[in-house]
Design a protein around this ligand. Structure first.
Ligand SMILES: N[C@H](CCC[C@H](N)C(=O)O)C(=O)O
Length: 281
């Protein structure tokens, strides 16, 4: 089975193209396939599996599966790779490009120089701030400065959805944070009925933050696009930054703007790693 490996700021994905190839997978295969293909030793390795599919309502459809097999609503780093892939394969050349996702139909603009895709700007749509839609068992809209207790320690968080749930916690410095313990404890905390991605944010200036992320269904990753968007929304809601912010991630920088139109715009790269053939042995 042919696949393409891609990455966006080190958040890496195995791509299966079900527009160009006639392979017949059934929908129930994907969670199991994601677990198998994403395994770092027994498989190809990746934070997730992305399936390229035809769409009746957009130029193409993206389905994303975390490495644990769960299917989230959206993936920010993944959709930038997706846009580059379908453009380079000549599958879609419309500008802007419309992609059907679990978080709705998103509009993407490709920055092309000498025929090469240099970067992608994604209109991520409007942030979801209502507790019941995130979902989080919390009060009010937005959910700001709510406390959560994990292993005897209390943290204040802000909850934002970009189609998928995010729990954002501001930290003074990362050295005092037990990331590997607190991350998974919050991911699976009962306050989040569908679990949650967890972002720890350090404010460097009104236009720059540093983010560490523990992803729902994937664990620690080098970058999270939806998480970077949610973190900028949370920073603005808490009056910590302006509306245009550079998000420094372990894998590189993302450029985020929460526009006055209430849409969040994310700009960043999408890159190839290799193509291959899964032998499944
Ligand atoms: N783990 C996430 C999905 C992948 C999101 C992330 N890789 C991104 O770039 O947005 C979730 O379960 O909501």
């Amino acid at each position: 089975m042919e696949f393409t490996k891609m990455q966006g700021l080190g958040n890496d994905f195995v791509f299966l193209d079900r527009i160009s190839s006639s392979a017949e997978d059934s929908a129930e295969d994907y969670p199991q396939l994601a677990r198998k293909l994403c395994h770092r030793q027994f498989g190809i390795g990746g934070d997730g599996l992305i399936v390229v599919l035809p769409s009746k309502v957009a130029d193409a459809r993206m389905r994303i599966f975390n490495s644990d097999g769960s299917e989230p609503e959206m993936c920010g780093n993944g959709i930038r790779c997706f846009a580059r892939y379908i453009y380079d394969q000549g599958l879609i050349i419309s500008d802007p490009m419309l992609v059907e996702t679990g978080a709705g139909i998103l509009k993407l603009k490709l920055f092309i120089k000498e025929g090469q895709v240099q970067g992608v700007q994604v209109d991520m749509g409007e942030p979801i701030l209502r507790a019941d839609l995130i979902p989080v068992l919390g009060e009010g809209e937005p959910v700001i400065g709510q406390s959560i207790e994990v292993s005897g320690e209390k943290y204040l968080f802000t909850a934002v959805s970009m189609g998928n749930p995010h729990c954002i916690i501001f930290v003074e410095d990362f050295s005092s944070l037990d990331f590997e313990r607190v991350g998974p404890a919050i991911e699976k905390h009962s306050l989040f009925p569908r679990k949650t991605n967890v972002e720890f944010i350090q404010i460097n200036s009104p236009r720059e933050i540093t983010m560490k992320v523990w992803e729902r269904g994937a664990g620690p990753t080098l970058a999270c696009g939806t998480g970077a968007c949610a973190s900028v929304v949370a920073s603005i809601l808490n009056n910590r930054t302006e509306r245009i912010v550079t998000v420094q991630l372990p894998g590189g920088d993302l450029f985020i703007e929460w526009g006055l139109d209430n849409h969040v715009y994310m700009t960043g790269p999408g890159n190839y790693v290799f193509k291959g053939n899964w032998l499944g042995l």
